[in-house]
Write a protein that binds this ligand. Structure first.
Ligand code: HAM
Length: 399
């Protein structure tokens, strides 16, 4: 498992979330009704085909996780029996793309979805989690947030965009001509007309009182938690189900595919999919992109071992196996190196795999019940009792 996924999973568990497993194959209709008929995902990117069952059911390889989670949540009756749920999922998603760096036809997402919490504190908690994850992975990143309103105030904003689009018809690109009637919010994230749309209406100027107060509270809570963010009133997200808070996290070094985490609130979705009127909010991490961002920042995309075990000779090998077991039982990552190589080669190997420590055991150490713990970063070595090795490594100060 990649370090990104490992960290995300551990973090989700600390945020009291439970794993949900969603199918790779779903009815195409599920995405048409949730992600949206006019989204790029449904319009162009979904791998969809007729099954060979009696009804020739049209099915799709999942392009994203949220609709499947919502469907499973409703099917399990949770919207009525226990609406407040905190879930996470992870797996391959599929979109028809022109593959390039950071954009693949099969890619991995780690996502979280929280149901039954319409309050701004929940938005803040979800965004703080995304921030915490990126900080933990040490990638340089920036977070952009916006509010795109709700069913009450969005129609007026939509109309304002349509009016603006019609007034600027001659200056807009062909794609934007189509967007005006089908999905005017998408005018705002057109790459071709980016300069022109700077003068387009902003969602923030059209928020109703409830949405405005909600957004103000989210910002206030994020600032109180020391989360750095920028308000980007032009960020609308390409999926149809969002309401109120939308956000994206960008990481450097990835060029055009810089968005590594994206998500937002989708308060009307559960109801639109046939469930009760339950609020929802979540995000998905692009695991592959996040790993690329780490690589670009010179960080290892998988966790290096804490210790490499070096046994000198057959008797030491038996002891080394026991020491490795003790260290792993103390939650340390351990790799046992081949006992059939020379010390110099083994130390080079330990450094190559990025181990922080080498634990060296020879006949002399066995006789005295000790091991040599060599700090490979600081090139220091000390002798500790075999039973103390795990503690010496676990409690070593950071690099
Ligand atoms: P999304 O913005 O479509 O949102 O995708 C989330 C992330 O998945 C993107 O920011 C990106 O990092 C990654 N991603 C998307 N497409 C590709 C690709 N072709 N290759 C590599 N990485 C990619 C969603 O999917 C929503 N379900 C997020 C969400 C969860 N909103 C609420 N809950």
């Amino acid at each position: 498992m990649s370090l990104v996924e490992q960290r995300a999973r551990a973090l989700a568990e600390r945020y009291s979330m439970k794993e949900v497993r969603i199918p790779v194959l779903e009815r195409t209709q599920l995405y048409q009704r949730s992600t949206g008929e006019t989204s790029d995902i449904v319009e162009k990117q979904m791998y969809t085909f007729a099954d060979r069952d009696e009804g020739e059911t049209v099915v799709a390889l999942r392009p994203e996780g949220t609709p499947g989670v919502v469907r499973a949540y409703i099917e399990a009756g949770l919207d009525r029996t226990e609406p407040e749920q905190r879930l996470f999922y992870s797996g391959a998603m599929f979109r028809r793309e022109r593959p390039q760096k950071g954009r693949y036809r099969q890619f991995f997402q780690f996502g979280i979805e929280v149901f039954g919490r319409p309050d701004a504190a929940c938005d803040a908690e979800v965004l703080i989690m995304a921030d915490e994850l990126c900080r933990g992975l040490k990638v340089p990143f920036s977070m952009e947030i916006n509010s795109i309103g709700d069913q009450k105030c969005r129609p007026a904003f939509r109309e304002a965009l349509v009016q603006w689009g019609r007034a600027h018809w001659d200056e807009l690109c062909g794609d934007c001509h189509n967007r005006i009637d089908r999905n005017p919010l998408r005018l705002l994230d057109c790459k071709i007309d980016a300069k022109l749309t700077e003068s387009a209406p902003s969602s923030l100027d059209h928020l109703c009182d409830e949405c405005r107060i909600h957004f103000e509270t989210v910002k206030e809570l994020l600032s109180a938690a020391n989360v750095q963010f920028v308000v980007n009133p032009r960020m609308v997200r390409g999926l149809d189900y969002y309401t109120r808070t939308a956000f994206e996290v960008m990481a450097g070094g990835l060029g055009a595919q810089s968005t590594v985490v994206a998500g937002g609130r989708y308060d009307g979705l559960v109801e639109a999919m046939g469930g009760a009127a339950v609020a929802g909010i979540g995000f998905a991490i692009g695991v592959d992109r996040m790993a690329l961002a780490m690589q670009a920042a010179g960080l290892a995309p998988s966790a290096p071992p804490d210790a490499a075990i070096i046994a000198m000779g057959p008797a030491a090998t038996r002891h080394a196996i026991a020491v490795a077991r003790d260290l792993r039982a103390a939650n340390l990552y351990v790799e046992m190196l081949s006992p059939e190589r020379k010390m110099k080669t083994l130390l080079a190997r330990a450094a190559k795999i990025g181990a922080r420590f080498a634990v060296i055991i020879g006949d002399n150490e066995i006789a005295r019940g000790v091991v040599q713990v060599r700090d490979l970063k600081q090139s220091t070595q000390r002798e500790v009792a075999q039973a103390e090795a795990a503690r010496a490594i676990a409690e070593a100060p950071g690099e």
